[in-house]
Design a protein around this ligand. Structure first.
Ligand code: AMP
Ligand code: GLY
Length: 416
């Protein structure tokens, strides 16, 4: 079978790497891919948002299965387009992907089905949002753009000046475009965070091993929010009791709610949860694998990932025995200098051939004249497996010293 993976980050390199282990796959294409996917797949120069181009490519190349990494094409209906054309594709359709595509939809769903989440108000009018903040607010407070904003649409606000700036930028200046035509203002929650990812078909939920993402750019969880600067699996706070609680009180009622709303979900469901003193509460849903969580979860999967994807599409997930390796896994992200704000591109990366005992998943890299160059904010994720997270991290940090590019930026405290 020929498989097409859509996307070009560390998550997609990990997906390609795992799928390449399947004996049932003859060839993998990755669109657009990166310098890492180019080593094990054939990169296709189509952007992940070019749904018509991807459909055309899949038809012409007799792709047996398309796997979608990022959220934007899912929210924009790539699954619907492929299914209408009679092609097999893994992921939720647009009606179900709204769980990530609209924070307002998700908050209303959570409220309707009594699923624990932060208290919130929704606003389509900037004047109403200002009046609410002037009369009701104790800080900090959280402002969220309704739609997709490349992970940047969540503002933690600690004073009225920043609140004013946030409302102006999102609702009036439209820095995130139409994603800012409505906002949520919600209660600020505190506690450790948990990423809970599940395989989901129409009837069955199979939770994956747990992970913890390190979202801030700086050591000690300081500085700006990023897409994620590292991850470990398992999450040390996770146990069977917590999994059972989150399944029964969060994941199951969400999926039941989606069915009742005529939006049955299948694919990867990623729930961002905060473990507050009042219990676990939903921060957000994503409708795809996390990045960099995927880079620590898939190396622990013993089952053929193709079998899992095919079973989900055919609603046979209950028949699959999803098995995990007991070893732990850790990944450390190497980012460009300046990330998550402006950063240079096209810098030469050296030392990749010196790496031992780690898997280097590429994120923002490209091949030019046989050389690997930086091409994004998060450049590489250096992943290791070992019996303990501390040991896995030691291997990753040792290898990281061998890899160089100008401005190389990383957290030295992943796992803490
Ligand atoms: P989200 O994209 O909704 O996951 O938000 C990104 C990050 O913002 C989360 O991982 C949390 O660290 C933080 N966040 C989101 N909502 C809240 C909240 N209500 N209270 C505190 N932090 C939040
Ligand atoms: N690591 C967070 C995300 O993938 O959304």
């Amino acid at each position: 079978m020929k498989v097409l993976v859509v996307g070009g980050g560390g998550r997609e390199h990990a997906l390609v790497w795992k799928l390449a282990q399947s004996s049932k796959i003859d060839k993998i294409f990755c669109a657009p891919g990166n310098a890492g996917t180019a080593q094990i797949a054939e990169n296709v120069s189509l952007s992940d948002g070019d749904i018509a181009g991807l459909l055309n490519f899949a038809k012409q190349n007799e792709i047996g299965l398309t796997v979608v990494g990022p959220e934007v094409p899912l929210v924009e209906g790539i699954v619907d387009t492929f299914e209408t054309a009679g092609l097999r594709i893994f992921g939720p359709n647009a009606k179900a992907a709204i769980l990530e595509g609209s924070k307002v939809f998700t908050k209303e769903l959570l409220a309707k089905y009594n699923i624990p989440t932060a208290e919130y108000q929704r606003f389509t009018d900037a004047a109403d949002a200002r009046e609410y903040l002037n009369t009701n607010t104790t800080y900090p407070i959280v402002i969220k753009a309704d739609g997709l904003a490349a992970g940047k649409g969540v503002l933690i606000i600690s004073n009225p000046e920043d609140a004013e700036q946030g409302i102006r930028e999102i609702m009036e200046d439209r820095v995130f475009g139409d994603a800012g035509s409505e906002i949520i203002i919600e209660e600020f929650l505190t506690g450790p965070e948990l990423s809970m990812l599940c395989f989901v078909d129409s009837e069955t939920i199979v939770p994956m091993v747990s992970a913890k993402d390190y979202k801030r750019i700086g050591d000690g969880d300081t500085g700006l929010n990023t897409g994620g600067m590292g991850a470990i699996s398992p999450n040390p706070l996770y146990d069977q009791e917590l999994e059972d609680f989150c399944l029964a009180n969060i994941i199951e009622p969400t999926l039941t709610g989606m069915r009742q709303e005529g939006r049955p979900f299948k694919g990867i469901l990623y729930c961002g949860i905060m473990l507050t003193e009042a219990g676990p509460k939903v921060l957000e849903y994503n409708v795809r694998f996390g990045d960099p969580e995927t880079q620590v979860i898939l190396p622990r999967l013993d089952t053929d990932l193709l079998d899992v994807f095919e079973a989900i599409i055919d609603d046979r997930l209950a028949d699959i025995d999803v098995k995990w390796d007991n070893q732990t896994c850790a990944t450390v992200v190497l980012a460009s200098g300046g990330y998550p704000e402006a950063y240079p591109k096209g810098l030469s990366i050296t030392g990749l051939d010196q790496v031992e005992s780690s898997i280097v998943f590429h994120a923002g890299t490209k091949l030019e004249d046989g050389k690997v160059l930086t091409s994004g904010g998060r450049v590489l994720t250096v992943t290791s497996k070992a019996l303990t997270v501390a040991e896995a991290l030691k291997i990753s940090y040792t290898n990281i010293e061998k890899i160089e590019f100008d401005g190389k930026t990383l957290r030295s405290d992943i796992g803490s």
